[in-house]
Design a protein around this ligand. Structure first.
Ligand code: BG6
Length: 494
């Protein structure tokens, strides 16, 4: 069985930062896959734009190499590849000056004013405002334009507001697509299907039945050549403010009245606003900062963060753990333990919902029955996307009433024989469809900063230092203590 393809309207995708890292690793491969699957109409074009001086042909060569590196060999099909490369164009442009804009405009105008124009800002945040300004000022935008903004949207509430304001001068909110690629991940969408297309879970999705929630986004990689950006950001800004907070919202939100962008985002916003403040009064008991020391990753020795950085001192956190709480009726008293870090034991992201213990154990006096473990729902985002509902059953066969904790595996990708698409594939096409459901609205981004800012401030005020952890482990021991103090443990991945 193959996946259902919903065709999109003809478009021109202009990728600013078209010869950069994100275009190479994610955007070009994602567009190639959509093209190969037949979702991209014949007339559509993809236009790389950046400072480098490249011809169309040189850009096609860049793309060919990018696809060879980042698309699985078995997914490269010669006919699709040539067709895809034929769609590519390139214009060299100076984002902050006049060079190149007229040439880009001429190219876009060739397709007329009815063509959807999507402008993807795969560039550093300092270029968001000048590019948005030039697109509008130089007449590139038409009424079918969309602007796609990569994170980070600001580095605190104030800068996020300023950025949103500037972009908002040139584009209307319904044209702005703030990407959080975690929302495009298959399991994240599956979480919504699980909650809102089944009658089973919603009645138990609350503090009466849920003991606690864990969200882990663990990476085994280190800095990957992004020292300049990362050392100024740190894990809280880089991962928690966006990806992890978005996951938390989708677990915690009230059922929206419809599956449309504003209904969903209104509910996410309520969760963000209900997050209990973490400030100087509780930051030390609610958060842990960490920074990796030398150790091992995937069997090879790796350097410390400071050595990766290459120069001297830095207290930037490469790990953070937080005990968050949501002050509303549904979630009062249910902790949400969040953690993320670089150079951890393995690349693994998951959401784990642990249900409360059974109220009375009738098997307590049954010899050999064993322990009754709490039910857990494990939503695995990566690797091996899937969902498992852990239940107690009787161990089959003779030997008396022996209880066993087993997973009901709800991972269907294999049985449906579909390739799990990369998050960007879905999101890039949603932009063309004008569907903002999986993108962040302005007030959401600002509300997320509103929760993060006091943590940053409190770390500063209380001089909360990053604790060292050996690369290849699960982070500082204080992050284990954070959850164990409450009589719980981090979920061990199977
Ligand atoms: C990005 C962060 O947003 O997400 C990176 O800036 C991080 O630091 C990446 O490595 C993780 O994405 P994924 O999809 O590989 O989990």
């Amino acid at each position: 069985m193959s996946s259902q393809i919903i065709p999109v309207e003809p478009f021109d995708y202009v990728v600013f930062g078209g010869s950069g890292d994100l275009a190479e690793r994610k955007l070009l491969p994602a567009l190639y896959h959509r093209d190969h699957d037949g979702q991209i109409p014949e007339e559509a074009r993809i236009i790389g734009a950046s400072r480098s001086e490249l011809t169309d042909d040189e850009y096609r060569n860049f793309a060919r190499e990018a696809l060879t590196k980042h698309v699985r060999q078995e997914d490269i099909h010669e006919v699709s590849l040539e067709r895809f490369l034929g769609r590519l164009h390139y214009r060299s442009i100076d984002a902050q000056a006049d060079r190149g804009w007229d040439e880009l405009l001429t190219l876009l105008d060739e397709a007329g004013q009815e063509r959807i124009r999507a402008f993807y800002l795969a560039v550093g945040p300092s270029l968001f405002a000048p590019i948005a300004y030039n697109i509008s000022q130089k007449g590139l935008a038409n009424e079918h334009s969309r602007l796609v903004v990569e994170k980070p949207v600001g580095r605190d509430l104030e800068s996020a507001k300023a950025l949103n304001l500037t972009i908002g001068r040139h584009f209307r909110e319904h044209q702005i697509f703030r990407i959080d690629h975690y929302l495009g991940k298959e399991t994240v969408q599956n979480l919504m299907a699980l909650r809102f297309a089944n009658a089973l879970y919603e009645p138990v999705w609350n503090s009466t039945h849920v003991d606690h929630v864990q969200i882990t986004v663990a990476e085994s990689v280190g800095l990957e050549g992004r020292a300049g950006y990362y050392d100024k950001a740190g894990a809280l800004r880089d991962m928690v403010q966006n990806h992890i907070v978005q996951l938390l919202c989708l677990v915690a939100l009230e059922p929206p009245s419809a599956m449309n962008a504003d209904a969903l985002r209104d509910e996410k916003l309520k969760v963000l606003r209900a997050l209990k403040t973490i400030d100087a009064s509780n930051v030390e008991s609610r958060t842990v900062r960490g920074q990796y020391k030398a150790g091992a990753s995937n069997g090879s020795a790796v350097k410390s963060y400071l050595d990766d950085l290459g120069d001297g001192e830095s207290d930037t956190e490469t790990f953070v753990a937080i005990k968050a709480e949501i002050a509303n009726w549904r979630w009062a008293g249910v902790p949400f333990y969040l953690r993320t870090g670089k150079r951890l034991s393995q690349r693994m992201s998951e959401i784990v919902v642990t249900f409360r213990p059974i109220p009375h154990n009738i098997f307590e006096d049954v010899a050999g029955a064993g322990k009754v473990t709490q039910n857990q729902l494990v939503l695995r985002l990566q690797p091996d996307e899937g969902m498992k509902q852990w239940l107690m059953i009787k161990d089959p066969g003779p030997g008396g009433m022996r209880l066993k904790h087993v997973p009901l595996d709800m991972t269907f990708a294999e049985s449906f024989m579909v390739r799990n698409p990369d998050a960007y594939e879905r999101l890039l096409m949603d932009v063309i469809r004008g569907n903002q459901t999986l993108f962040m609205r302005r007030d959401e981004v600002e509300a997320a900063w509103d929760w993060i800012d006091p943590i940053l401030k409190a770390w500063d005020e209380k001089a909360v230092k990053s604790q060292g952890y050996t690369a290849g482990t699960w982070g500082p021991s204080s992050s284990i203590a954070l959850i164990e103090r409450d009589g719980r443990t981090w979920h061990e991945p199977d």
